[in-house]
Design a protein around this ligand. Structure first.
Ligand code: SF4
Ligand code: SF4
Length: 61
């Protein structure tokens, strides 16, 4: 399972950044957040707090 920000939905509010225990999320130059997959521990906290439901679970085969 991977967590990924859908940039077409994200409004750049930053709520996800504050709850990530691994500091895996940052706002990119486009004003949208993105998740560093190397730092993400798949805890799902960011997904719970996103008011836009912009963080999606990607199931890897
Ligand atoms: S799933 Fe957890 S570790 Fe990964 S980006 Fe979201 S809050 Fe951070
Ligand atoms: S909480 Fe959701 S809308 Fe806000 S910056 Fe994170 S992904 Fe984007």
């Amino acid at each position: 399972m991977k967590f990924k920000v859908d940039k077409s939905i994200c409004v750049g509010c930053g709520a996800c950044i504050g709850v990530c225990p691994n500091r895996a999320i940052k706002i990119e130059n486009d004003g949208k957040s993105s998740i560093d997959q190397k730092k993400c521990k798949q805890c799902g906290e960011c997904q719970k707090v996103c008011p836009m439901n912009a963080i999606k679970e990607i199931k890897k085969a």
